[in-house]
Design a protein around this ligand. Structure first.
Ligand code: AR6
Length: 353
């Protein structure tokens, strides 16, 4: 999947290149810079000494040494001074220049920390939005997988107060509508229920004894003795099954006048997965994949449920994942990156993942 967010330590990520939030001297420091130098070993500092430093917003590349990546891309984020000293432009330049260097070196997978969001004081939420926006712009015309690696427990659930309220109200309604846990039954009541249960079972098993095959088509409600009737009906149903998930997806792409690439990129799905789906009419996708396409195609809630059903899924009101996705569809916000940011904050699976 092109853009993914994970929590963890970037020095342990296996990929082609990791990005270091360095300083102008490129001679190591604290934070993620210190962690990368410690994990890479002294040879990294030796190579960094030959680079002649780095301007804010620029990027330089070295080998990865003992790290589980081929390259380290060193970039220097802006120091936060209140937001009016060109910080957003400089921070965006860090991501763009790092990605450009990675592409020039043939990297297919690149991991970033949240540049400037530590010692340099850039507000974390703004730094994260800007990172996601800039990486998404780059991915619109590059095939690459980018990981945004967030360190430690970041603040959660505080950035979407309206969504939080809506989800809470839906979960509450759900709890209200579901049956309360049954209290322990009194013995008399228990035996009455037992009788009822037995009689229900009795009736069912009687029905089972008198079982008749179910006929699918009214006009073919032939007598039971016609043993050919059901098999032939079943056969005809199987010969012309309902539209599959893949067929619906390809039809919708055509109807929307989109190209395949526009659709899978907007869905945050990688090209290889899309090709598999395109070439297999009976492809069984994951729920996050179906939803990614529903979002890319800007389907209504009904159409989304229809597409989910084709793959054997549904949206429920019992899980934060489903509620978050439904909230964004209801709002008409089809930005997969924004939806994933919200899902990430709730520790949910990400769409397209
Ligand atoms: N893995 C992923 N993210 C990390 C890790 C890690 N191991 N360690 C810290 N972070 P910072 P800056 C996160 O301070 O703000 C250095 O001294 C951290 O939580 O490392 O760009 C340099 O030499 C935060 O979200 O970088 C510079 O002098 C993000 O990485 C200066 O700090 C960036 O925090 C650069 O400051």
């Amino acid at each position: 999947m092109p853009l993914h967010m994970i929590r963890g330590d970037i020095t342990t990520v296996h990929c082609d290149a990791i990005v270091n939030a360095a300083n102008n001297a490129l001679l190591g420091g604290g934070g993620v810079d210190g962690a990368i130098h410690r994990a890479a070993g002294p040879k990294l500092l030796e190579e960094c000494r030959t680079l002649g430093g780095c301007q804010t917003g620029e990027a330089k590349i070295t080998k990865g040494y003992r790290l589980p990546c081929r390259y380290v891309i060193h970039t220097v984020g802006p120091i936060w001074q209140g937001g009016n000293a060109g910080e957003p432009e400089l921070l965006a330049a860090c991501y763009r220049n790092s990605l450009r260097l990675a592409a020039e070196h043939g990297c297919e997978t690149v991991a970033f920390p949240l540049i400037s969001a530590g010692v340099y004081g850039y507000p974390r939420r703004e730094a994260q939005h800007l990172a996601i926006r800039t990486i998404a712009e780059f991915l619109a015309d590059h095939e690459m997988t980018v990981l945004l690696v967030l360190f430690g427990s970041q603040e959660r659930n505080s950035g979407h107060p309206e969504m939080d309220r809506w989800i809470a109200s839906q979960l509450q309604q759900n709890a209200f509508h579901s049956a309360p846990a049954p209290a322990a039954a009194a013995p008399a009541e228990k035996s009455a229920r037992e009788k009822q249960r037995k009689s229900l079972f009795g009736r069912r098993s009687e029905a089972a004894h008198a079982a008749r095959p179910v006929c699918f088509a009214e006009e073919e409600s032939a007598p039971f003795s016609d043993s050919e009737a059901m098999p032939s009906t079943l056969r005809s149903i199987l010969q012309s099954p309902d539209e599959s998930f893949s067929q619906m997806l390809l039809r919708k792409i055509d109807e929307r006048g989109m190209t395949d690439a526009q659709c899978y990129k907007k869905a945050n799905i990688d090209r290889k997965l899309f090709s598999k789906i395109r070439s297999d009419l009976h492809y069984q996708p994951k729920k996050v994949t179906v939803l990614a396409f529903a979002i890319a195609l800007e389907l209504s809630l009904d159409e989304t449920n229809d597409m989910l059903q084709k793959a054997g899924y549904a949206l429920s009101h019992s899980t934060p994942f489903d509620l978050i996705v439904e909230y964004y569809i209801r709002k008409g916000n089809y930005n997969v990156y924004e939806i994933n940011e919200a899902l990430f904050e709730y520790d949910q699976l990400l769409i397209g993942a």
